[in-house]
Design a protein. Structure first.
Length: 281
């Protein structure tokens, strides 16, 4: 595949300036930071254009009230994602670095606010949540194992809803995986990754690609600003051509079995950055 190079800092800062207004409006603490690559607070009626779409996905909309599902705003409007009964896919938004910024990084931070709705109850199976990836449409998802030269992914993971909680973590296609499906790593430090319905959580992820061929890749996760997961021996690639292709804003229940009922969740205040992002307030 064509070699991807990291965008020079001077050019990157010019791109960052295009996004600087969004965090300044919704998160004053981020105003003036030169490491913010993208921010979306879903306040604009055409929020989907910020993700490069001409129209929203049919299973997404924005709301500032939803009493049926006990919604309470985090800050104004939020993205509502629906995994429909007899379906699997809730969201498939993507922020592709090469297309949006002209180059692909080897290290990234990604933070969003997550609220599982009152009807969120995936008690038969888990699924996928947003995360980073470098599949290049070849390997690293859907039972397509990786070999270190064709792709990788580190999406979020949710487990089966049990005892009023949903386990959260990473779902990772990596070189040392066993079998054809990715490894599931729950964020279980102090049980921070066990999420309850009807409250907002700040979810932050850090991905640093490994030196090609070495087990020194880094993956970290924070819940509400507290470190919930850390792994520093991940081997995502064996060749330097594999980078961080995108932030894959995937919400998917399964597997292949369809969801037995509608399940909703809410997303707000998405930020992608080169350094630790932290809480919105």
């Amino acid at each position: 595949m064509p070699k991807q190079t990291l965008i020079p800092l001077s050019a990157l800062l010019a791109c960052v300036a295009l996004y600087a207004l969004a965090p300044a409006q919704s998160e004053p603490r981020l105003a003036g930071r030169q490491d913010i690559l993208f921010a979306c607070d879903f306040e604009s009626p055409q929020w989907y254009r910020e993700w490069g779409l001409d129209k929203p996905e049919p299973t997404t909309d924005t709301v500032d009230h939803d009493p049926e599902r006990k919604f309470e705003p985090f800050a104004g409007r939020a993205l509502r994602v629906k995994v429909p009964k007899d379906g699997n896919l809730g969201s498939n938004l993507r922020f592709a670095f090469a297309k949006r910024l002209g180059g692909e990084p080897e290290e990234i931070r990604f933070r969003y606010y997550l609220r599982l709705a009152a009807d969120w109850n995936p008690d038969l199976q888990g699924g996928k949540m947003p995360g980073a990836s470098g599949t290049y449409n070849r390997a690293g998802w859907g039972g397509r194992p990786v070999n270190g030269r064709d792709g990788w992914s580190a999406r979020g993971l949710f487990g089966r809803f049990e005892n009023g909680e949903t386990p959260f973590g990473f779902y990772c296609y990596h070189v040392d995986m066993k079998g054809k499906y990715g490894s599931g790593w729950v964020w279980d430090r102090e049980r921070l990754g066990y999420l309850k319905n009807n409250r907002w959580y700040a979810v932050e992820q850090h991905i640093k690609l490994n030196t090609p061929g070495r087990n020194d890749g880094e993956m970290r996760g924070w819940i509400d600003g507290q470190l919930a997961f850390e792994k520093t021996d991940v081997r995502l690639r064996d060749v330097a051509d594999l980078k961080i292709e995108m932030i894959w804003f995937n919400v998917y229940q399964g597997g292949t079995k369809p969801a037995p009922s509608d399940d909703h969740l809410y997303i707000d205040n998405v930020v992608i950055a080169r350094n630790y992002i932290g809480l919105a307030r």
